[in-house]
Design a protein around this ligand. Structure first.
Ligand SMILES: [Zn+2]
Length: 402
């Protein structure tokens, strides 16, 4: 056996043992240097260090106060073209019967299915979740992007929002489709700008109806940088190369956020929920400036406890200052597997609760052996009861007019 394949074998033994009880130091000790001496080599993917910190571990099986999860995906459009969801046909990811026991265990009063689709698909989504359990599930509708290149779209889409509202939709969800996928000929041509005036009647309709727009704009800053050794989300981008928006004809992260801000400014009567901590959780100073500028902007937490929890002091101040405008959300997807930070279930909620309720040190932000969004861990911010109640429930209840 060559020294190289022997090393691989030892590494693979180390990897199997990693699932067991062997501490990292012992596993690393099994590695042999290819030269027989000096530095050892270890693939990044095989590195699973076990923290030697002896610090309190608080298990929060149930939130201290009832929760509204404003950001879940219980259905998605069945078809897509170049990243743009098309058609009214929906794919359902779960049933109320499968979800409610977890919700009850975790103290989740209400879950909002953001991706409820449009037209017939929306009616189905409402019938499936919201109609039988109106106090447990709400549904948002989505724009019919595939019609965005047709004359009359602006009027049609505004009227469609009114129809969706009549059918029971409680808000509008805009995926990052707008800004990053939707093109002038749907999947071809130049990208359509977020502040394109053809959407103005739609934003205005939401304002008139008093329903919020949950909007995802751009993505983590690292997704706009080369996937190289300096990228803090290298492994995540390596696992999902299609999440990279570096190069090609993509606008920068900053340009996308500025276009979004122009929409917020132009439609002050419309309430916007800027998802994923305003899509800039890495830069809370920027998010704060936006919050100060736009009274119609709220944020939610989904899939960003990894960001908030690695800057616990900044985060704690952010929660203090904007305690009336932060909503609880997770981006939970039932039966999702390739994004551990989004898998609907007990472990997901326990992490969010631990981050918000405890001052625990240095714990995983996702139920996964390797931190899926980047190689770091997080710290709890131990919010006081008054802020917890607002973030868990009251802020969302006010926005949803419950
Ligand atoms: Zn989402």
């Amino acid at each position: 056996m060559s020294e190289m394949s022997r090393r691989r074998l030892l590494e693979s033994v180390g990897l199997i043992a990693a699932a067991g009880t062997l501490p990292a130091a012992a596993r690393a000790g099994q590695l042999k240097s290819p030269e027989g001496a000096g530095k050892m080599k270890l693939d990044l993917a095989d590195f699973q260090p076990v923290s030697m910190l002896h610090v309190p571990e608080t298990k929060i099986a149930r939130s201290r106060y009832p929760v509204i999860d404003i950001h879940a995906h219980l259905s998605i459009r069945a078809k897509s073209m170049g990243g743009v969801g098309v058609g009214e046909e929906m794919q359902f990811l779960s049933t109320p019967e499968l979800i409610l026991p977890t919700m009850d265990r975790k103290n989740i009063r209400l879950m909002v299915n953001l991706t409820g689709g449009s037209g017939k698909g929306l009616i189905e989504a409402i019938q499936r979740f919201q109609q039988p359990h109106p106090d447990r599930f709400l549904t948002f509708t989505e724009p019919a992007w595939e019609r965005a290149d047709q004359p009359g779209f602006a009027k049609f889409q505004a009227a469609e929002i009114v129809r969706a509202h009549d059918a029971g939709a409680r808000g509008v969800k805009v995926l990052k489709t707008l800004g990053l996928y939707l093109r002038e000929r749907i999947s071809e041509g130049p990208l359509v700008k977020i502040d394109d005036p053809r959407f103005d009647p739609m934003w205005e309709a939401c304002g008139s109806l008093g329903i919020p727009v949950a909007i995802h704009v751009s993505d983590p800053e690292a997704f706009f940088l080369p996937t190289d050794r300096t990228n803090e989300r290298f492994e995540e981008l390596n696992n999902h190369p299609d999440w990279s928006f570096h190069g090609r004809d993509f606008p920068s992260n900053a340009e996308l956020l500025e276009a979004r801000n122009r929409v917020f400014a132009k439609h002050p009567k419309t309430q916007f929920i800027a998802l994923h901590v305003g899509n800039n959780a890495e830069n809370l100073t920027y998010v704060s400036e936006c919050m100060d500028r736009f009274g119609n902007m709220t944020v939610e937490l989904a899939a960003r406890v990894g960001e908030l929890g690695r800057q616990p002091r900044m985060s704690r101040k952010f929660f203090d200052k904007y305690q009336d405008r932060i909503l609880f959300g997770t981006d939970a997807v039932p039966n999702g597997t390739d994004t551990p930070q989004q898998i609907f279930g007990d472990p997901l909620y326990e992490i969010y609760y631990r981050f918000l309720e405890t001052e625990d040190e240095y714990f995983d932000y996702a139920p996964a052996p390797i931190p899926p969004q980047g190689r770091w861990r997080i710290y709890g911010i131990g919010l006081p009861d008054g802020i917890l109640k607002k973030v868990y429930y009251e802020n969302a209840a006010r926005l949803l007019k419950l």
